[in-house]
Design a protein around this ligand. Sequence first.
Ligand code: FES
Length: 125
Amino acid sequence: MNSPTAAMATSSASCWHLLCERHDLIPFSGVAAWLETSEGPAQVAIFYLPGRKQELYAIDNHDPLSGANVMARGIIGDLDGQPVIASPLYKQHYRLEDGQCLEEVAIKVRTWNVAFDGGSVLIYK
Ligand code: FES
């Protein structure tokens, strides 16, 4: 992933936006934030895994199988070395890297690139 600073310097349709502050995050857990997307307002679930090579992940907070905005409350796990979130309602696992549901191949949630910039958390959209 490009560094936020480098990406901000380029002009394109998408760019880095302030999402929240580092102190809003909960280590090894998820928090939800509002996000304006090109498809309308959404909730994004941000997961902070300190100590991993990639520490931040953002996926849809909306669970497509239950229809509820609950993904940020899911349990973080590791399947075959890949960080996943278990939906708190029906327990399907979603890969944090690309949003793929591991039990239902046709189901995938959106993901965004997120990065720290000092004390801020930026999202690329
Ligand atoms: S300011 Fe660049 S996409 Fe919003």
